[in-house]
Design a protein around this ligand. Structure first.
Ligand SMILES: [Zn+2]
Length: 473
């Protein structure tokens, strides 16, 4: 774990803010104004978690530039806490540029927060005061006997691309399209608990307040796609991974893991191996937290992942997969709602490929034959009842988790394996290195992927078309 000095925390926010305002001022007097993506939104969140009621209260300031091509008279934030059964977010105040504003919450799952605003390309501050109630569940947002998972708890500015993204939350897959942002979070919790999170953490002194014994953590996580956090009675282990351009502090927060040192070493190894293969990891820290997850082995966030307690043999696959996501989803983003195969298929491919990179060639082949035969089995059983193998389609169109897993993970990994075999290892790796460096901190598309291979004289567009849109196999 990396510990910043406390007084540097405010400086970080001020430096980020100054850079933001300077860029904004430059853009205002320059005809070639930066695009919306030129500066990241800044989230400054001060929260207090109450373990007895499983609630958190928070004050959040979000600073950003409105889209230059804003064609509506509103700003949209997504409030995913309302999507979880038993979970909710309630606002006591919302201010736009320090003025109270009327707001509207709508959508079938009440995850769309609308604020009136018609200012194009303006620097905007939105201040929220809110309370989040956690559901009892083992998912992105909720508490269980082991820990509290606090991901998706905060209002997040919707992505704008010819209109605000208002796609409803979906229980299948990762129903998000997220822009990179800078997060500065102050979390106050009972002193008996430990906070694991995206970014660098400063652990404060224990103090008394209103009869409670508390501790404050100051967290800074810059250029990340989604801020993730877990709170629990964690034990911790950490180690430093030395890359060609920097050192990375890798931390593991665990509760039940029988071999925590091994799990930490899987994460550290994956950071090192994928950095050598695709380009250095993009962040100064990486944290894993062991949190029970219903129906999933792990969940990825920016510079952070949760992994579910697993059998000892499964920990390695889960950790390597979630760590691969730091390249595909984390640094290189994608539309996870309509193109889930891009980050999941590629991360699943990388999970298998990791074993080849670490000298276990037989395991690489074995993992792919398992995926191939599992996908073939699913296809043969489900085809008679109307299995849809189309990869490029929205999460809401999948009939079950089984179909989603088969199409997105298994067929996705097999597609990348096919491309790898066709273009050869050298071209494949050079292309992915370009894909990573060219799309870091932005949202990649199908054409971004084809461009990366085209620059190495290989046209994968016909291959992608035949795999992504084939309904039958
Ligand atoms: Zn994944």
């Amino acid at each position: 774990m990396s510990f910043l000095k406390t007084k540097n925390f405010l400086s970080l926010i001020l430096v980020a803010l100054a850079a933001f305002v300077l860029l904004f001022a430059l853009s205002a007097c320059n005809s070639s104004a930066p695009s919306f993506d030129a500066t990241f939104p800044i989230y400054d969140i001060n929260l207090h978690y109450f373990p007895s009621t499983h609630t958190l209260s928070a004050r959040q300031q979000t600073l950003f530039q409105t889209p230059l091509d804003l064609s509506s008279d509103d700003l949209i934030f997504r409030i995913y806490a309302n999507a979880f059964e038993g979970g909710k977010i309630e606002f006591s105040s919302i201010k736009l540029n320090r003025t109270p504003v009327q707001f509207e919450i709508f959508g079938d799952d009440s995850t769309i927060l609308r604020l009136p605003c018609n200012q194009k390309g303006e620097l905007i501050s939105v201040d929220f005061d809110y309370t989040v109630t956690l559901p009892r569940s083992s998912t992105r947002l909720g508490y269980n006997d082991s820990c509290a998972s606090l991901c998706c708890f905060y209002p997040v500015l919707a992505v704008y691309d010819d209109g605000w993204n208002k796609t409803p939350y979906c229980d299948i897959g990762d129903p998000f399209v997220s822009a990179c942002s800078d997060f500065y979070v102050t979390a106050t919790v009972d002193s008996s608990l430990t906070v694991a999170a995206s970014g660098s953490i400063v652990e404060g002194e224990v103090f008394e307040s209103d009869g409670e014994t508390l501790k404050t953590y100051e967290i800074s996580a810059e250029n990340i796609r989604d801020f993730g956090m877990a709170i629990g009675n964690f034990s911790t282990l950490s180690q430093t991974v030395r890359l060609s351009t920097k050192d990375v502090d890798v931390s593991y927060f665990y509760t039940d893991d029988p071999s925590p040192s091994a799990t930490l070493s899987y994460a550290a190894s994956a950071i090192s191996v994928f950095s050598q293969t695709f380009g250095d990891y993009s962040y100064p820290t990486y944290a894993l937290a062991e949190c029970p997850l219903d129906g999933a082995g792990g969940m990825e966030y920016g510079a952070f992942a949760t992994i579910s307690p697993a059998s000892s043999t499964a920990y390695q696959d889960i950790v390597v997969h979630e760590t691969a996501h730091q390249w595909w989803y984390g640094a290189v983003g994608n539309d996870q709602i309509n193109s889930a195969w891009l980050d999941e298929g590629l991360s699943e491919f990388c999970t298998c490929y990791y074993y080849k990179l670490t000298g276990e060639r037989a395991r690489f082949d074995r993992e792919f034959s398992k995926i191939s035969s599992s996908y073939g089995d699913y296809l043969s059983v489900m085809s008679p009842v109307g299995f849809n193998a189309t990869m490029q389609r929205p999460l809401s169109s999948y009939l079950s988790e089984g179909e989603y897993t088969a199409v997105v993970y298994q067929k996705g990994a097999l597609m990348f394996r096919h491309i790898y075999s066709l273009v050869g290892e050298a071209t494949f790796l050079s292309s992915l290195r370009d894909f990573y460096s060219s799309n870091k901190f932005s949202i990649a598309t199908i054409s971004s992927l084809t461009s990366a291979f085209s620059s190495h004289n290989f046209n994968i567009a016909p291959i992608l078309n035949s795999w992504l849109y084939c309904k039958d196999k």
